[in-house]
Design a protein around this ligand. Sequence first.
Ligand code: ATP
Ligand code: MG
Length: 197
Amino acid sequence: MRVGIMGGTFDPIHHGHLVAASEVADRFGLDQVVFVPTGDPWQKTGSAVSSPEDRYLMTVIATASNPRFMVSRVDVDRDGPTYTVDTLRDLRDMYGASAELFFITGADALNKILSWKDAQDLFDLAHFVGVTRPGFELDASHLPEDSVSLVQVPAMAISSTDCRRRVEDGKPVWYLVPDGVVQYIAKRGLYRKVDNI
Ligand code: ATP
Ligand code: MG
């Protein structure tokens, strides 16, 4: 079993995430890609993040139609800040020793990988796949060569930050995120400006 793991805040999940997962799945012959929304994203403290439940549900909606895409609640259900090493340990326990794990991450996150908790253990738990994304250069020279692969995904200049801003400004996010996610954002009133009157 070859399993991709795509961690993210997914606030909201967008087509950049989905294309990256699809491209890596094809390239590495993955049987599944598990999307893992973060619980409390410690690197994003200070900025308001939507509730884990909203982010989890948007991820389910976005991946529902793909039989190879799954969503895991391990990070949402674990107390405290989300660390990738805990995510990988939980999924390793779940899938068993014979599974090959591929952690998929954007160039921006991979660049910071050595600052993560228990960084040296990460490479024993999974193979790392860094996906390039417009605007982020990837310098993998400081990373162990046989544990990290780089994959170019078709250029998609989509970010969650931009999607949130667009909703706040009343601009459309159609076709940047899956249709069901557009509707979920509207239904829950996410990313709208809060009037402090
Ligand atoms: P934000 O703007 O809030 O930081 P984001 O768009 O970076 O959000 P995250 O949930 O932080 O989304 O990203 C999860 C993972 O997906 C990260 O590893 C990130 O680098 C990667 N990623 C995000 N957008 C893209 C994209 N357009 N193409 C490829 N990978 C992406
Ligand atoms: Mg990001």
